[in-house]
Design a protein around this ligand. Sequence first.
Ligand code: PMP
Length: 421
Amino acid sequence: MKIDTENATVAGSAIDPHLRKGPRGYPMLPGGYGRSTYYTGAPSPYAIRGEGCRVWDDRGQKLIDANNNFTSLIHGNVHPEIKAAAVEAMSAGSSWGIPNLYEWELAELLLNRLPGLDQVRFTNSGTEAVMSAVRIARASTGRDKVVVTKGGYHGTSDLALVPGGPGYTRGVPQGVIDDVTTVPLNDIEHLTHVVESAPTNYAAIILDLLPNRAGLVSVSEEFARTARDLATKHGIVLIIDEVISLRLGYNGLSGEYGVQPDLLTTGKLIGGGFPVGAVAGLGSLMAEVDPTRSGNLPHGGTFSGNPVSMAAGAAALRLYTEDQVNRLNDLGDSVRQTVSKSIAGLGWEVRGRGSLLRAVPEGADKVAEDIQHRLWWATYRRGLLGSPANLLSLSTPMDDKVGAEIAEGLSAAIADVATAR
Ligand code: PMP
């Protein structure tokens, strides 16, 4: 197949990308998709090319990319410095079976932003980072159970699927489900009761401070602090999952809260657009995966810490200065304000924090998938690309003018959906 990126067409292929059928590609992927998370309720356009904060697709649409591969592309598409770093690393070899020095560079940049944490271990995804963090917590405490918040999303490992509820746990063994206690978000009494009634059962409390699947509602500072205090009191490991939220503060969102995790999981932006995940933590816990110690936990991953992800990630972190973090968060606040004003009375609201935004029907904690998909297509038609669950994330190539375009596109799309019969 030859993809003409200049003209955004697919040539020399038996696929008709518009009909979404043909002997190659589409019928070979379940449902036509390489990832279930792409699904928007109808055959999807295909990305052809990106540049800065724009993406061109095979239907001839030029879109503002506010999906950013599910928030990973903090500097948008093909940032010249990230591209140069990745090409330079790749030119010397794409991965090896001995360590590479780019791992040090990214570790140093990341740990500089997480002053309370000592060491980091890289993985290939956020899913793997959370899996590893939970394993470390279980091994170090000798306990099995973990506490999560209702609706939280922590990737697609067996354990991480449990907070999504029964709809997500087909195929997950009952034993795994039984080891996960789900508490309602921001219900301090419930959290306290769960932990205090069996404190020595719990290895970890896992918190995402701005959980998207739970409706992009912020965890209250009091709830986060209660989790921290309970964990400290009972020797439980507090894992803060910053796979998405790291972008919201120079020291991550936990830094903004002033709540110190024992282990912090992250991913997305720290790979500069390449596959990545990381667990950062206290030295006493990270020692569990130290191969020089006897009885250490197995941790591998053929591509963990590969030089391309590490070099691109280091460039991305270096470019995401404190000024850029603040500028992007301010831009997000201003888009949220503009949209909130223009959709007043339509029964919708725009939630989020800083550079992450999401429109939902007023007061909703769970939005029906068909409504999410209707809004996705309405924004798409207005030239704005969000996630299928309508999460919009900003990137550093966006300026006030692009912010205004996003606000206009999102407001119009919400009006389309709110007034449709
Ligand atoms: N944790 C959180 C909070 C996430 O948002 C995600 C992915 N969106 C993950 C974990 C899993 O990361 P990945 O998709 O890289 O496996």
